[in-house]
Design a protein around this ligand. Structure first.
Ligand code: CDP
Length: 206
């Protein structure tokens, strides 16, 4: 079984996807980490994440240890991820890995284009959203808990800018698949989102 979880930045996709995967005994892939790692590798080499040549070379050279590193969640990595993610050759280089991962034993994958491009045939598609204010508040708390001194306003601006770039790009834009279940978590905490989503999945999967 493939469960595709897409949606805008910091909508709670990762927490939800991880818990659903654990509950159903499926492997989990956070596909945002792939783009974050590519962006980070380009920055580290002194390159420009918007440069298709540098970004595509980094995507083709990506190794498993690159997306296990600890510096993929900060503001610089987020911005670089969004920049490399708009380059079609980068997305093409990461596509086979994502399909192979899911096809091995089934999986829960979260990202922006899982239900539209990576697994359009996924049995279950959730499009997870929440208001910008709710998402900014959650991401701000998460980064603060890790010792990041970022302000709420900076987090909100980053999310809004990435959402806009992700939705407007030509290559695999952020959009709900026609057959996705829309799931708004603005008024839900993580436990409520998990139990509601699991019930929806069980109902849809019979
Ligand atoms: O955790 P958050 O929702 O902030 O971001 P993420 O899922 O880690 O994704 C970081 C960036 O990677 C996004 O802003 C997108 O530009 C890009 N991305 C993408 O284009 N396609 C995916 N399947 C996953 C992420």
């Amino acid at each position: 079984m493939i469960i595709a979880i897409d949606g805008p930045a910091a909508a709670g996709k990762g927490t939800l996807a991880r818990r659903i995967a654990a509950a159903l005994g499926l492997p989990y892939l956070d596909t945002g980490l792939l783009y974050r790692a590519v962006g980070r590798l380009v920055l580290e080499a002194g390159g420009d994440p918007a440069d298709p040549v540098a970004a595509t070379a980094a995507a083709r050279a990506l190794r498993a240890e690159d997306f296990a590193r600890g510096d993929l969640r900060d503001a610089a990595a987020s911005k670089a991820a969004s920049q490399v993610a708009s380059i079609p050759e980068v997305r093409a280089a990461l596509l086979a890995f994502q399909r192979r991962f899911g096809n091995e034993n089934g999986a829960v994958l979260d990202g922006r284009d899982i239900g539209t491009i990576i697994f359009p045939e996924a049995e279950i598609k959730l499009f997870v959203t929440a208001s910008l204010a709710a998402r900014a508040g959650r991401r701000h708390a998460e980064l603060r808990a890790k010792g990041d001194e970022v302000t709420l306003e900076a987090v909100r601006a980053d999310l809004a800018a990435r959402d806009e770039a992700d939705a407007r790009r030509a290559a695999a834009p952020l959009v709900a698949a026609a057959d996705a279940i829309l799931f708004d978590t603005t008024e839900m905490d993580a436990d409520a989102a998990f139990s509601r989503a699991l019930a929806l999945i069980k109902a849809r999967a019979g």
